[in-house]
Design a protein around this ligand. Structure first.
Ligand code: KIV
Length: 288
């Protein structure tokens, strides 16, 4: 029997300088495969709004969707450290609502931590959620839920003044109670400095090799996305092309009546076809 990974295991990995492997995924089947691969942590990201539902931003993801997906991933990966992503407007309206929504990920979906895309305005929320006993990952750097205020995304902390601001923000997050940081699209020099300065685990999403762990979204790893992935994503397979080939082959076999064959069909028990014909015959005669 394997044992579920905890935050203590991940912190130990940081201290022992063992790199943490994380994947963002959204469904039972993928979670099972990710877990079989020995990945340490799964985030059920609100990128599901784009990669599962086909929206052009993460904003349309809502609590019910995120809780349902997180629960599905937990069923597929019972022992992996699981983080649920708090969607747009689930933690912005009031601290009370943030705690209630964060709690749903733990109680209804079996998550161990929630992720919040955080600015300095969310420090009070991070403190309150973590004081309620809910572990929080603060996501800083590029924050996709802020697309409406920034217009487009670019690498963060590429100049010294902005790097100083980000380092200070990271430290404030940890002081407010964040149990983990996720740095997205941050200059690698700055990500390395933050990782060395804070006592919590720091995960890089496109922020270079100097962090305690790395995360990519599963569809990018598998080479599946319909749209162009970000610069920092790396595909380890070409399942998009292979999947399209498989669907085309299926369509061809259905159209040529090659599928389904005998191997993929059920049959009546011995003698039952003849009995059925007799029953149909007597009904026909009775109706004449
Ligand atoms: O939503 C998501 O999948 C994420 C990862 C890209 C880190 O936030």
């Amino acid at each position: 029997m394997t044992v579920r990974t905890t935050i203590a295991d991940l912190l130990r990995a940081k201290h022992e300088q063992r790199i943490i492997v994380a994947v963002s995924c959204y469904d039972y089947t993928t979670a099972h495969l990710v877990s079989q691969a020995g990945v340490d942590m799964i985030l059920v990201g609100d990128s599901a709004a784009q990669l599962v539902l086909g929206f052009d931003s993460t904003l349309p993801a809502d609590m019910n969707l995120m809780v349902a997906l997180t629960a599905a991933v937990r069923r597929g990966a019972p022992d992996v450290y699981l983080v649920g992503d708090m969607p747009f407007l689930s933690y912005h309206i009031s601290v009370g609502e943030a705690i209630r929504n964060a709690g749903r990920f733990l109680v209804e979906a079996g998550a161990q931590m929630v992720k919040i895309e955080a600015t300095a305005a969310h420090l009070e929320t991070i403190r309150a959620v973590s004081d309620a006993g809910i572990a929080v990952m603060a996501h800083i750097g590029i924050r996709p839920q802020r697309i409406g205020t920034v217009g487009r995304f670019r690498a963060e902390a590429t100049i010294a003044d902005m790097a100083m601001e980000l380092i200070e923000l990271a430290e404030q997050m940890v002081r407010a109670g964040a149990g983990m940081l996720l740095l997205e699209g941050v200059a690698e020099e700055v990500a390395r400095i933050i990782t060395e300065r804070v006592g919590v685990v720091v995960i890089s999403c496109g922020s270079g090799p100097g962090c305690d762990g790395q995360i990519l979204v599963a569809p990018d790893i598998l080479g599946l996305p319909a749209d162009k992935p970000p610069k920092f994503a790396k595909a380890y397979a070409d399942l998009g092309a292979r999947s399209a080939e498989a669907f085309a082959k299926y369509a061809e076999e259905v159209r040529s009546r090659k599928f389904p064959d005998d191997e993929h069909s059920y049959h009546m028990k011995d003698g039952e076809v003849q009995r059925l014909e007799e029953l149909l015959g007597s009904r026909r005669r009775a109706n004449q």
